[in-house]
Design a protein around this ligand. Sequence first.
Ligand code: ZN
Length: 377
Amino acid sequence: MSSSPTRLKRPRSETEEEAVKQEPSRLPAPVAPVIPGVLAVGPDSEGDPRPPPLRRDAEFWYSDGSIILVAKDVEFRVYGGLLAEQSSVFRAMFAEENPVRLVPLKPGHRDQLTIPCPVIQLADAPEDLRRILRVIVSRKSTGYFDARKPSFYETSAYIRLGFKYKIKELYKESLQLLKSHYTSNLERWTKHDYWRPPHWHTDRYSISVVNLARLIGEPTILPTALLACMYMDEDLVQGVECEDGTREMLSPKDLGRCFRAMKEISKAKALSIRRTCAEVLSEACKVQAMCIVGLRLARLQHLDAIVSGFGSETGDPFQSMDAVGEVKLAMCAHCKVLVLERDRKERQLLWSQLPQLLGIEVPGWGKPVSRPESQVS
Ligand SMILES: [Zn+2]
């Protein structure tokens, strides 16, 4: 997996290296011995169209399992009842007539007892299937993720396969975790230091998050996931490398949407800055000349930050004016309170407009707020 630059949403005192926890390295699928006498032998020449020999999964092959699931060339022997209990799709699948293989119940015994075990071919990657089996089969607590934060690959598998097989709890809890970062809540979003969950390996996973949101039809994730994609600049068109070496890209429509929205959001943010920095001071201000100069300076600096673009450290258009890099509000305390309140309302307004600026529909997204006073068009 190649890495890509990791960018902060806003400046931090600690270094990026200190804060970013690397996702545990992913290992290739465990190599288990080929089951004697099972299906095909390996290809005997280059270009042989025959499928590769099947392997038992090293982690999930229970000698008393009642179902064999096959994902590509890996077989998993698991307890059908356990899966059927949590997935209506598996339940229906197991109820159908499936090919059966006689397998030993207690391997190694001289008088080997065999049982008929249904064999079910799945279209999933063995790595993904193994990930969901880890939580379904090995589950011990009421919450799936009580003690840890799932990696990107885990989250992606839980949501895709949880959605596909209707594993309700796993899907619901994983989606909740995803939504806690790619949130529809402005206050929560501004507290994030990174464009993606901090324990994920690269910003580029936001590309996959957009595609996940499209797959499951969950539009509330899209605005911030697309925003994170825009922030990648040219990395966006490279896509993100998948576990199997292929690259995942945004759809051409979403890619175009990012380029267009970047311009629209920049324009809206520029207008918002002009309104926030309108030369209207607090009635309690005693140093009006100084505060006017401070406002003009703030306006110029924040407009400059937009010119620097989304690729700059101050790229998140939803960060508070007080929190943006080197830009300081040089004015009296009374005026500063007034300006920060205007800034808060403007950011809320921009947030409520975000789906529209992105050209997407997100039912229930941020209620529109009334336009702040002292506007500058
Ligand atoms: Zn003042």
